[in-house]
Design a protein around this ligand. Structure first.
Ligand SMILES: *Cc1c(COP(=O)(O)O)cnc(C)c1O
Length: 404
């Protein structure tokens, strides 16, 4: 039975897919229990194919094929993203790979944003292109005419991400969805940076939405995971086959529990992430030690109008360029006490990193600098700590960098 329709996002984040909403699951738990069992006892020999057992009706056989805890998470993901089908994976990377394989095969072409998450670019290059004989065409999707020019009869998937890391570039989901619809090609959007709270790609016309739940959905930096949602029954069938059989990469029950727990506070957390990020963007913008700030919620962002139109809020990630050299950046980062020097994002704690040395070092230096990932570009995942403590910490960094 489907979950009742809850109107509000924050309400769905807490209740959608909960066991108490289903007949037979009503022991009164207000928290979805963790079902660790790998196999399930049947009352009788089933007369349907095992693949036809329906977890949404409480029919379980074997946990890779369906697990009650994962099922609640998958229903909640679907509810929060506006999809009719949800899937949870062992990592965000597993969700991206599943999306690629659900849409494309050898000889097909994929059009993708050249500013995708680094791991997704490597997957497209070293797996899809080099081993699976797909043709990967990377474009600067800030300009949708470049996406239009890249799509042809061989295109089997358009893979986008917005905003991107670490430059916070945006692409226009609705405009690109119009293009993909004309060509009958599925559009997948990696929505990790916004979370479903601030951006709804399926509503904007995308066919598949991807999240690394490792980031905002789980929100506490204590579990890897990925999710896909879609409204397309054919794509859902392919994705479900890959998750359960072809790749066998579903999320484990304990991790599903952690994401369910984290998602309950998604709305509350995202509001604070955004408030803190907005304040920090403003503070950095006026700082003499800063050359440039990149935050979609700041008027100085070249795509601020698109961000305001497409997103319900701007999230907690920003980047800025110190007005100095690599040694200033190093002194700045190493002096911080509240911000942790580390990769990843989307947790309650503030994280800070130097993309040129920590996440994007494998890109050819000339290309990297040309794209804007300079030796002083600093990427921040603003957490939900007290705002004044974050500003004091940044002041500590500036003092260490420039000897104020
Ligand atoms: C982290 C991330 C991924 C990969 O997710 P994992 O859970 O680390 O595999 C994919 N896309 C984006 C935008 C990410 O930030």
């Amino acid at each position: 039975m489907d979950s009742p329709e809850y109107p509000g996002f924050a309400t769905r984040a807490i209740h959608a897919g909960a066991p108490s909403t289903r007949p037979g699951g009503a022991q009164g738990d207000v928290v979805s229990p963790i079902h660790l069992s790998s196999t399930f006892r049947l009352d009788e020999v089933p007369d349907v194919s095992l693949m036809d057992l329906d977890p949404s009706h409480g029919e379980y056989l074997y946990s890779r094929l369906g697990n009650p805890t994962r099922q609640v998470l998958e229903e909640r993901i679907a509810s929060l993203t506006g999809g009719t089908h949800g899937f949870a994976f062992g990592s965000g990377t597993g969700a991206v790979l599943t999306t690629v394989l659900a849409s494309a095969q050898a000889g097909d072409a994929i059009v993708a944003f050249d500013d995708l998450y680094g791991g997704s670019l490597k997957l497209l290059d070293q797996l899809a292109e080099e081993r699976l004989e797909m043709d990967v065409n990377l474009v600067d999707a800030r300009d949708e005419s470049k996406v239009a020019a890249a799509i042809d009869d061989d295109t089997a998937l358009v893979l986008m991400e917005t905003p991107t890391n670490p430059l916070l570039h945006l692409c226009d989901i609705s405009a690109i969805a119009d293009l993909t619809e004309q060509h009958g090609v599925p559009l997948a959007v990696d929505n990790t940076f916004s979370s479903p709270y601030f951006q709804q790609p399926l509503d904007l016309g995308a066919d598949i939405v991807i999240h690394s739940t490792t980031k905002y959905l789980n929100g506490h930096s204590d579990g890897l995971g990925g999710a896909i949602a879609t409204n397309d029954d054919d794509l859902a069938e392919q994705i479900g086959f890959l998750q359960r059989v072809g790749l066998g990469n579903p999320m484990a029950p304990f991790d599903a529990y952690m994401v369910l727990r984290g998602m309950k506070t998604l709305a509350a957390r995202m509001d604070i992430h955004q408030r803190n990020a907005m304040g920090i963007a403003e503070y950095l913008h006026g700082h003499e030690g800063v050359r440039r700030v990149r935050y979609p919620g700041h008027e100085s962002h070249p795509q601020y109008d698109l961000a305001s139109e497409q997103m319900g809020g701007f999230g907690g990630v920003l980047s800025f360029e110190l007005d100095g050299d690599a040694s200033h950046a190093r002194r700045f980062l190493e002096a911080l006490e509240v911000f942790s020097l580390g990769v990843s994002l989307g947790g309650v704690e503030s994280l800070i990193e130097l993309p040129a040395s920590m996440t994007h070092e494998s890109i050819d230096e000339e290309v990297r600098i040309d794209r804007g990932i300079t030796e002083t570009l600093i990427r921040v995942s603003v957490g939900i700590e007290e705002f004044d403590d974050l500003i004091r910490d940044l002041e500590r960094g500036f003092a260490a960098a420039f000897g104020e």
